[in-house]
Design a protein around this ligand. Structure first.
Ligand code: AMO
Length: 436
C-alpha cells in the first residue's frame, strides 16, 4: 500500500503514484468521466476517473458515493494547469470506501448556529472551522513557548473544589460521595498557591465552569481560561507588561502562520499590537464615553458592554489600538483578594483588558498580607473559616504577586471577527447545551 500523502503536500510532488485519504466533498458523475473532490484535514484535491465502457466496480462505487463518506484512494498524481483546484488532480486507480456516510447531510451552510452545533462534527469539516482550531493551536503554542522561555512553570490545578473560587452566584455544585463539591470557576486560589510554594512564575490553560444563565455571544458555562501568576511584582503594572508581551508573542505567531488564510476565510487582518497598550483608569474611561454621548448606566459599577465598545472605538481612533487596559477599579466592585492602592484604599491595583470592545481578561496585584487579606474577606461578607485553606497560603511567607485570567474563546472570537464564542469553541456549553 502506498503511504498516504496529505493533500497540502501533493503540489510539491512529481507526477506519479500517490495515496490520499479524506472525505468526499462533491461528486460529478458524468457519462465519460467522473470527478470527486476529496478533502482531508489539510485541503481539497480533485480525483478523476475516465468511465470505462459498461462501467466497472470503481465507476459504480464512485456513482454510489455519498457526500461526506471517508475514502482511501490510490492513483496517479498529475499536474495540470487547467485544473481549477490547485492545478493538480489524482487519477483514481483504486478507491476504498472506508467510512460510508448516510446520504442526507443534516446541516447546510446556511443552517442556524444551534443546528450546526447539534451536528458539530460535521460543522467542523468546513475549512474555516478547521482554520479556527489551527489558529487556536498556534496561539496557545506561542503563549506556552513565551512562558517556557521566560522560566514559567506550567501547573494544572484541580477543577473539583471544596468552595467557591470567584463568586457564589455562578457556582456549579456536584454530588461528591454524598457531600458537595464545586466546579472551579477559575484557578485563582491554586495558582496563587504557587507563590508561597516558591514557583515564582506559573501559567495554566484549563477549563473553568460558571453557572451563568446568560445567552450572550461571549458567555459559556464551561470555557478555557488562560491564567498566569508571577512573584515579586511592584504593582499590577508588572502584570500588564507581562500580559501585553505575551499577547504580542501569540498574535505575531498567528499573523505569521495564518494571516493570509484568516484574511481569505474571515475577511479580517490579524494585527500585532504595539506596546505599551493604552492604559485608562476606569473613571476616566467613563468620562470619555460620557463626553462622546453615552452614559454608563451604573456609575458605581464596571463598564457595561456598550461602554466597552465605546471606549474601544475611542482608543482605536485615538491610539490606533485594538487593546486597552482599564485600570484603577474601585475596591467595591473587585474581589477581596485584589490589593488596594497604597494611600487610596478605595481603589485596587487591578485592571480589565478590553480587545475590540469586549472584556477578555481581568488581572491584579493580590493582597499578600494575611491580616489585610482576612479583613478584606470579612468586609466582603465572606467567612474566613471557609477560606481557611486559602488564607493559610499567606501565613508561612509569601512574596508580593499578581496575575491575570483570560478567556481563550473570547480572544479567538475577536481575533477572527466571528460573531460568537460558539463558533470558536470545539464543543460549546451553555445553559441549554450539554450535547454533543
Ligand atoms: P474574571 O471573572 O474576569 O476573572 O474572568 C477572567 C476572564 O475569563 C473569561 N470569562 C468567560 N469566558 C466565557 N464565558 C464565561 N462565562 C466567562 N467568564 C469569564 C473572560 C474574563 O475576562 N480570577 C480572575 C482572574 C485573575 O484575577 O487572575 C477571574 O476569573 O474573558
Amino acid at each position: 500500500m502506498t503511504a498516504r500523502t496529505l493533500v497540502k503536500d501533493l503540489a510539491a510532488l512529481e507526477d506519479g503514484p500517490v495515496a490520499v485519504a479524506g472525505w468526499v466533498e462533491t461528486v460529478r458523475d458524468q457519462k465519460k468521466v467522473q470527478f470527486v473532490v476529496l478533502r482531508d484535514e489539510s485541503g481539497a484535491v480533485q480525483l478523476v476517473r475516465p468511465r470505462p465502457e459498461g462501467d466497472d466496480d470503481i465507476s459504480r462505487s464512485i456513482s454510489e458515493l455519498t457526500l461526506g463518506s471517508f475514502v482511501r484512494v490510490e492513483g496517479d498524481l498529475k499536474h495540470d494547469e487547467r485544473v481549477k483546484l490547485g492545478g493538480i488532480e489524482v487519477k483514481v486507480a483504486e478507491l476504498d470506501v472506508v467510512g460510508p456516510a448516510l446520504p442526507e447531510n443534516p446541516i447546510a451552510d446556511d443552517s442556524s448556529i444551534d443546528k450546526r452545533l447539534d451536528w458539530r462534527f460535521l460543522d467542523l469539516r468546513r475549512p474555516e472551522q478547521n482554520l479556527v482550531f489551527r489558529v487556536q493551536t498556534t496561539f496557545e503554542h506561542a503563549l506556552r513557548t513565551w512562558w517556557v522561555e521566560h522560566d514559567f512553570i506550567e501547573i494544572h490545578t484541580p477543577k473539583l473544589m471544596a468552595s467557591a473560587s470567584e463568586s457564589r452566584a455562578e457556582l456549579f455544585q456536584v454530588d461528591y460521595f454524598g457531600g458537595a463539591a464545586y466546579l472551579a470557576q477559575s484557578p485563582q486560589f491554586f495558582k496563587q498557591m504557587a507563590q508561597p510554594a516558591g514557583f515564582g512564575k506559573v501559567f495554566e490553560v484549563g477549563p473553568a465552569f460558571r453557572a451563568d444563565p446568560s445567552f450572550t455571544s461571549r458567555h459559556a458555562t464551561e470555557f478555557t481560561s488562560v491564567d498566569a501568576e508571577i512573584s515579586w511584582i511592584d504593582s499590577h503594572e508588572d502584570v500588564m507588561r507581562m500580559h501585553e508581551e505575551l499577547l504580542v508573542a501569540g498574535l505575531t505567531a498567528v499573523r505569521d502562520k495564518h494571516g493570509e488564510a484568516v484574511r481569505e476565510a474571515f475577511g479580517v487582518e490579524v494585527v500585532v499590537p504595539s506596546t505599551p497598550f493604552p492604559r485608562i483608569p476606569l473613571a476616566e474611561a467613563k468620562r470619555i464615553v460620557a463626553e462622546r454621548g453615552y452614559t454608563v448606566p451604573r456609575q458605581d459599577e464596571d463598564m457595561d458592554p456598550e461602554g466597552e465598545r465605546r471606549i474601544a472605538a475611542y482608543v482605536q481612533e485615538e491610539f490606533g489600538s485594538q487593546f486597552v487596559f482599564l485600570t484603577d477599579y474601585a475596591a467595591s466592585i473587585r474581589p477581596f483578594y485584589h490589593k488596594r492602592r497604597d494611600g487610596d484604599p478605595g481603589l485596587t491595583n487591578s485592571y480589565d483588558l478590553i480587545m475590540g470592545g469586549v472584556e477578555i481578561s481581568t488581572g491584579a496585584q493580590r493582597e499578600h498580607r494575611i491580616d489585610v487579606l482576612e479583613e478584606q474577606a470579612r468586609e466582603k461578607g465572606l467567612d474566613p473559616e471557609e477560606l481557611r485553606f486559602y488564607l493559610d497560603f499567606f501565613r508561612y511567607g509569601v512574596p508580593p504577586h499578581g496575575g491575570f485570567g483570560m478567556g481563550l474563546g473570547r480572544v479567538l472570537m475577536l481575533l477572527l471577527g466571528l460573531p460568537s464564542i460558539r463558533e470558536v469553541t470545539y464543543l460549546f456549553r451553555g445553559p441549554n447545551r450539554l450535547l454533543p
